[in-house]
Design a protein around this ligand. Structure first.
Ligand code: DHB
Ligand code: MG
Length: 612
């Protein structure tokens, strides 16, 4: 399908929006009236500007509050329509969108609505433009697509067809079955938006919370499949009203938007093909590669002077050597940590800067990433053959799963030819990685890890802390061997921690087979551990009916506890240093969660320790 985006979805001036959409690779745009009116360019100039960038102006929108009015009002509405249709023609737009009347409609009579649309059709036809009629979910008399279709059918005018917008249809939970009855050529335009399922009046929900496909909860695959089956041949156009995207860099938002469309088309083609053996030719498929299977390495940037070596030794890691550019490799079984010094530049990032993932077919994964607009960054000192820039400041490496015990790249670290000494390893895997995420890039990051690395998003959770809400999103592969947690910290915390900058710590959670001995070793070696309050432990006794002796042991080691019907969970934390901290976890039984109920206590302890 041709990819289009409504200018309302992006931040900036009309020229910036068009530049961003073209740079991302969109085939066309919907010009939003407000953007045009505020622009110094004439309608002809805007049309030329878009076409010079290689994009078609697919549609001009919205024209409002036209139909269902008395004769006296209708005259005035026709004059307004004629002026807007002239603009559409000057833009070179083949279509003008008409929203169902929300305000001025006074007559609830389908015969009249059809008649008035027919007159508008004539007016449009004279100018070589067509009308796409869209039922807004909060329309006065027309608020569903099937009602709009019945009026369009009755109008029976070659220049009057439908605009189907996923938001209005899915927010009202309209049945999609009736789409099949609409001939593809009477669907003049398709607008797509996702949204979270929240309880809100449709207007506020639509104007503030729309998201790109794959970022919300709507069944867009079912919707897209239904539209593709009608034979609809027009563009699929993203129309997202969103308070965050109105503020973000339009160049990044446009890439995020096009990525979401390509991902949606692919899953739809795959699912529809799977369901009834027929894949619509209008749906483009992506290269398929399996999900990320495992962590290859984690790369952490630290200042020249740091004291992580003691932590690693206490945890049982072995220093495997240094690479040509001064990176150090520490390993323990399949856990590989690459420590790089960030240099003397104060602005260089510190903390988690890279994550390598093992994939079965790296070349296919890299091709897929390119199709989803994530291209290799080069040069990059990471050991992966392909390195992508993930939203935020992390670089994601794609590596083949090692054939032997260890990846080949280990040979680049001098001294690493010596195998790691065989001994009992307490730490035996990376349980999860938590990445701080800026509120601006959160939705983009979720889509990145889903679409490119094949991770599945679990329901997002808000965890309250002393300074605000932490929005938390777990993304994991099916096997649970890769888990990435994205956390948006409250702005007040990010600012106070970083002295106004955008720094907030990430953390690496290491799975231990015996958390008690791991934490004792950290204590014995003088690694500062996060100290937890007595009240927390007093509360545990009552909450879980644990023995006072057991809780005393947890308290002495500052280990937190959680339990659910699947099993138990133990977790302890090192103090934050240089924008990173380590969590030691042990899961007992089939506990799959992350101890969310402990988070407020942990976060409070971290805030106290950062300010002491
Ligand atoms: O919120 C609105 O007014 C509005 C305008 C045009 C659209 O296509 C739409 O879906 C909503
Ligand atoms: Mg719309």
């Amino acid at each position: 399908m041709r990819a289009s985006i409504a200018t309302v979805s992006l931040s900036g001036s009309l020229e910036e929006k068009l530049g961003a959409a073209a740079a991302a690779g969109f085939d066309g745009v919907e010009i939003f009236d407000n953007d045009l009116i505020a622009s110094p360019l004439s309608p002809r100039g805007v049309g030329r500007f878009a076409r010079d960038l290689g994009m078609a102006v697919e549609l001009y929108q919205p024209f409002r509050d036209f139909e269902g009015v008395l004769e006296s009002q209708f005259e005035a509405n026709l004059r307004r329509a004629a002026a807007k249709l002239d603009v559409a023609a000057q833009l070179g737009a083949p279509l003008m969108l008409l929203c169902s009347n929300v305000a001025t409609a006074v007559i609830d009579d389908d015969d009249l609505l059809a008649e008035q649309l027919r007159v508008l059709g004539d007016l449009a036809q004279e100018r070589g433009v067509k009308i796409a009629y869209e039922a807004l979910a909060w329309g006065r008399f027309v608020s569903t697509y099937d009602h709009a279709w019945s009026i369009v059918r009755q109008a029976d005018h070659p220049a009057v067809g439908l605009c189907l917008d996923s938001f209005h249809m899915l927010s009202r939970r309209s049945s999609l079955e009736l789409i099949e009855e609409i001939p593809g050529e009477k669907i003049f335009f398709a607008q797509v938006a996702d949204a979270p399922l929240i309880q809100l009046d449709p207007l506020s929900w639509s104007r503030h919370y729309r998201l790109f496909p794959g970022q919300g909860d709507f069944d867009l695959v079912g919707w897209t499949a239904a539209i593709a089956k009608t034979g609809y041949a027009g563009p699929m156009s993203i129309e997202v009203f969103n308070d965050v995207f109105r503020q973000t860099d339009p160049r990044l938002t446009a890439i995020d938007g096009l990525r979401s469309l390509r991902y949606l088309e692919d899953i739809t083609a795959t699912t529809v093909g799977f369901r009834d053996g027929a894949v619509s030719p209008s749906l483009t498929r992506l290269t398929h590669s399996g999900p990320a299977e495992d962590f290859d390495y984690i790369r952490v940037a630290v200042p020249e002077r740091h004291d992580l070596d003691g932590t690693f030794l206490a945890l049982g890691f072995v220093h495997r050597g240094a690479s040509g550019n001064g990176d150090d490799l520490w390993s323990q079984g399949d856990v590989r940590l690459i420590i790089t010094t960030s240099g003397s530049d104060d602005t260089a990032p510190v903390g988690i800067v890279g994550i390598g993932f093992h994939l079965v077919d790296v070349e296919a994964a890299s091709r897929r990433a390119g199709e989803l607009l994530a291209h290799d960054v080069a040069p990059d000192p990471s050991p992966s053959s392909h390195v992508l820039r993930a939203p935020g400041s992390v670089r994601v490496g794609l590596s083949p799963a090692p054939v032997a015990n260890e990846p080949d790249w280990i040979g680049r670290f001098s001294g690493a030819t010596e195998p790691e000494p065989a001994r009992s390893r307490a730490i035996d895997h990376v349980d999860h990685i938590a990445l701080p995420q800026n509120w601006r890039t959160f939705d983009e990051a979720v889509l990145f890890y889903r679409s490119i690395l094949g991770l599945v998003a679990q329901p997002s959770e808000d965890v309250a802390d002393e300074r605000g809400l932490v929005r938390s999103q777990v993304l994991a592969n099916g096997a649970g061997t890769v888990r990435v947690v994205l956390n948006v910290l409250p702005t007040s915390v990010v600012e106070s921690v970083a002295g106004g900058g955008a720094r907030s710590p990430g953390h690496i959670a290491l799975g231990s087979r015996d958390i008690f001995s791991t934490v004792r070793s950290l204590d014995l070696n003088g690694v500062p551990m996060l100290q937890l309050p007595t009240n927390y432990y007093d509360d545990l006794i009552g909450r879980f009916d644990l023995s006072p002796e057991y809780v005393q042991t947890l308290k002495a080691l500052n280990i937190m506890y959680d339990r659910n019907s699947d099993g138990e969970f133990l977790q302890a934390y090192t103090e934050t240093r240089d924008n990173v901290f380590f969590e030691i976890v042990q899961r007992l039984g089939d506990y799959l969660a992350f101890g969310a109920s402990n988070s407020p206590v942990r976060r409070a302890a971290q805030l106290r320790s950062e300010h002491s």
